[in-house]
Design a protein around this ligand. Sequence first.
Ligand code: ATP
Ligand code: MG
Ligand code: FE
Length: 334
Amino acid sequence: LLTLAIETSCDETSVAVIKNGREILSNIISSQIDIHKKFGGVVPEIASRKHIESINNIIKEALNTAGVGFKDIDLVGVTRGPGLVGALLVGISSAKALAYGLDIPLIGVNHIEGHICANYLTHERLEPPFTCLVVSGGHSYLLYAKGYVDYELVGRTRDDAAGEAFDKVARALGIPYPGGPVIDELSKRGNPHAIDFPRIFLEDNSYDFSFSGLKTAVLNYLNGEKQNKREIIVEDVAASFQQAVLDVLVDKTFRLARENDSKKIVLAGGVAANKGLRALVEEKGKKEGIEIFYPSKILCTDNAAMIGSAAYFNYINGKESDLGFTVEPNLGLN
Ligand code: ATP
Ligand code: MG
Ligand code: FE
């Protein structure tokens, strides 16, 4: 079964062709990052316009790269939310036109479910159930995946998302958007114990997250050092901040795995590309006999391949095709 998938929820225009939810035949990702960089973040109106300009060419390129034509496609998948309204609408309109014109089913996909399904593309034999930490630019979820399309949401952020915290701290350090990957690189050369930033665990048994206090602590530290004319060692700030985020993420994820007697932990979302997070989780996984999974780097951040995988698993699990859906900018996981 061949799925053509479209992702336009934010600033990547992406189209992929996926075989049976597991195999990538093509995954074209056109990033607008250089356009948005000078504004310090994604400008919604510019994002929509750029999607409109490029979507048709990227669909063609995805088909060409996969070596298939429209007639070979069995299913269309598209991100229906969460994301930017105008940006999502471009992908949804194209997907509806394709599905209608080709007379094939269409599945509207939850973007966050896509991030989780990126793991099925990287790990051929990965199957639910598993414990899953989703840490992206706009969301942080801790959940138990009971089936391919069946999630028990256990925790979420009460303020900033993990990726958002990385980007905001980066910005305060003068690093352009998106700063997460740069903080990751700087951290390798810094001392994670140099500055004692707070670890926000919330109530004893809570699986929720909170990162805005940590962000404020970093900003206060930077201001204090500047006022006292002390030298700021950027690598140490990055490493100490990153360690504070990771300590909480990893602690709660393993606690949930233990509670569910789950032997698999799966990471998803842009922050799953973080080398420090990957290393920490793998080290702890070895000690506790838990198998660790995360998507290949390119599949951690936004791409259509993950949407194709999610569309496939929804389709074969009986989710009905429907041309009537529309954008859901604030779509939750359940
Ligand atoms: P959402 O998926 O919640 O709608 P999004 O699509 O913007 O948001 P993603 O594409 O999943 O987010 O990921 C982008 C985020 O991941 C950014 O915040 C970016 O800084 C962060 N990120 C990417 N690579 C790394 C890294 N190596 N270390 C830390 N953060 C990273
Ligand atoms: Mg992006
Ligand atoms: Fe995303």
